[in-house]
Design a protein around this ligand. Structure first.
Ligand SMILES: O=C(O)CCC(=O)C(=O)O
Ligand SMILES: [Fe+2]
Length: 294
């Protein structure tokens, strides 16, 4: 059982000295109850609406980023990961304008940070559930930064800000991180663990006692993973949205943006290995680093 962070903060219009120092040292922050439960309920409803729309329209890629599909307990297809959610929702566009998000750009200084609504994968929705036909039960160790290398540019500072939509105490699984690994240099960034293949707990990892509405922030270079739940079905359901906070030249994606190479390689290899398409017919696991989507 991983240690849990005892460092919960309250978000405000300023990021405090304490928070800045904690972030510099550890590479993450955990803010309690950024959104009230009632708003979380609206968000979950909105996600259902968007999912219905995407399924009805048969959309399987948004701005070049493939959706990840799974099947629920009734055998119905649902979406386990999709990108650019705010492009489908005024509620989410407004959320990205919440003035309390702005101070969270501060750890990126001296770089000028911005909320990447149209960049990278935009506002990402992850939906994990532990069922036989789930395509997304866990996620192996990785950092979020090396995708920049795939895109042909050098690694720029970035943060990933997670808005958690389900109660998830650490014993249910969920996010695990290795504090301080954002400071360990390029060798650690690339080779500390086998990207996405290694799901093993690390003695130094920590977990989070998450309540719906909490916000986490992690440095793009921090090693992290998602632990599979020991529970099954409904009890294991975990929904979290991630906002990229980015630096560097503005690089928006568009409807005709090409699928990044790492998605394509992953898809082809996975198909060859499992003998099926992107839509689920079994129990695909993230077996390859390149299958991971960014
Ligand atoms: O689900 C999470 O909390 C983490 C997801 C993640 O690390 C990613 O999508 O890069
Ligand atoms: Fe990640």
């Amino acid at each position: 059982m991983p240690e849990t962070t005892q460092h919960n903060f309250q978000a405000g219009l300023q990021i405090t000295q304490d928070q800045t120092e904690f972030f510099q040292q550890n590479g993450y922050l955990h803010f309690k109850q950024f959104l009230p439960r009632e708003t979380v309920q609206h968000f979950l409803q909105e996600l259902n609406n968007i999912q219905q729309l995407l399924l009805e329209k048969g959309i399987d890629t948004v701005n070049g980023i493939p959706l990840k599909f799974g099947r629920d307990g009734n055998g119905d297809t649902f979406i386990q990961r999709f990108a650019f959610a705010s492009h489908y929702s005024k509620l989410f566009r407004d959320f990205l304008k919440d003035p309390r998000l702005q101070p969270l750009l501060q750890p990126l200084q001296p770089y000028e940070g911005r909320i990447g609504e149209n960049e990278k994968d935009g506002l990402v929705v992850n939906h994990y559930i532990n069922t036989p036909d789930s395509a997304y039960k866990q996620l192996g160790w990785h950092t979020d930064s090396p995708r920049d290398l795939f895109l042909g540019s050098r690694i720029m500072p970035m943060l990933n800000v997670g808005l958690h939509l389900d109660d998830y105490p650490k014993e249910k699984g969920g996010l695990r991180i290795l504090p301080g690994t954002h400071n360990q240099g390029i060798f650690s960034l690339l080779f500390k663990k086998k990207y996405f293949i290694d799901n093993r707990p690390d003695p130094k990892e920590i977990g989070f006692d998450i309540e719906a509405g909490d916000l986490t922030v992690h440095d793009g270079r921090l090693w992290h993973r998602v632990q599979q739940s020991p529970y099954y079905g409904e009890q294991s359901r975990r929904r979290v949205m991630y906002i990229p906070f980015v630096t560097g030249a503005y690089a928006p994606k568009k409807a005709d943006s090409p699928t990044p190479l790492y998605h394509k390689i992953g898809k082809v290899l996975l198909k060859a290995k499992k003998g099926h398409s992107h839509r689920p017919q079994g129990n695909p696991q993230p077996v390859l680093a390149t299958e991971k989507t960014y």
